[in-house]
Design a protein around this ligand. Structure first.
Ligand code: URA
Length: 229
């Protein structure tokens, strides 16, 4: 699609206004200033206006690298909402596809498409979620086996589904689970006699946060990434 058409659709302005925005140097393509209104751009390219990424989809699908200190909700007087990090004027209908605790960092998916967020979070679809977990003492083989097999959490009647665990070093493990129960990782580690001191979500399903986004940064998902759920 031509750049001027994309900017017009994405920011809901006439094509003539979009051309002006481009020629006045407010638009970047893949983080490079671009003044060529007729440039043909592909779906994978990142187009930004005044530093903010654009998407012309009706609905929004966002991947955020959440820092600690932000909550995945809008109602809390003590901590700011992670939605504030998006810097958007309209947050209408945006909600989290699975929450992270205030002291957990990493991948959070946000959208205003409820059917899509349901596919991401519903236990029915068993989307794997990978966490890097910092713990106080080395994980024993027995503790690892318990986590892998499934355990009964405090105040719960159902054993957790089998997890995939690998030890990274003495105070760090990788844990992949397919459920999203309340404080699940912390409760699982507590149930085997360990204690979580740091938690970071690295991936949900096929989406990884990796090193591409710094803490607090976000981007729109591509069509292919959206369709993967
Ligand atoms: N499990 C937790 O205990 N906390 C999180 O933030 C995510 C998973």
């Amino acid at each position: 699609m031509r750049l001027d058409k994309f900017v017009a659709k994405a920011s809901n302005v006439p094509r003539s206004k979009a051309k002006k925005l481009i020629t006045s140097g407010l638009v970047t393509v893949d983080n490079e200033l671009c003044k060529s209104v007729g440039l043909i751009i592909s779906e994978q390219q990142l187009v930004s206006l005044s530093g903010k990424p654009l998407s012309y989809r009706q609905q929004r699908y966002i991947l955020l690298n959440k820092p600690k200190g932000y909550i995945c909700s809008t109602k809390d007087e003590q901590h700011p909402s992670a939605l504030n990090l998006l810097g958007m004027t309209s947050l209408a209908k945006l909600h989290f596809a699975g929450r992270l605790d205030v002291d957990t960092s990493g991948l959070v998916l946000i959208s205003d498409d409820g059917q899509w967020t349901h596919r991401v979070t519903s236990p029915r679809y068993k989307q794997p979620k990978n966490y890097i977990v910092e713990i106080t003492t080395p994980l024993s083989d027995e503790q690892q086996q318990q986590l892998e097999k499934g355990i009964l959490l405090k105040d719960s009647e159902k054993v957790t589904l089998p997890a995939v665990v690998s030890v990274i070093d003495n105070d760090k493990i990788s844990l992949t689970i397919t459920e999203g129960r309340y404080h699940q990782v912390k409760r699982m580690l507590a149930a085997v006699g360990s204690h979580v001191t740091g938690l970071h979500r690295e991936s949900i399903g096929h989406l990884k946060v990796g090193e591409e986004l710094n803490s607090g940064e976000w981007r729109y998902l591509t069509e292919q990434e959206i369709a993967g759920f």
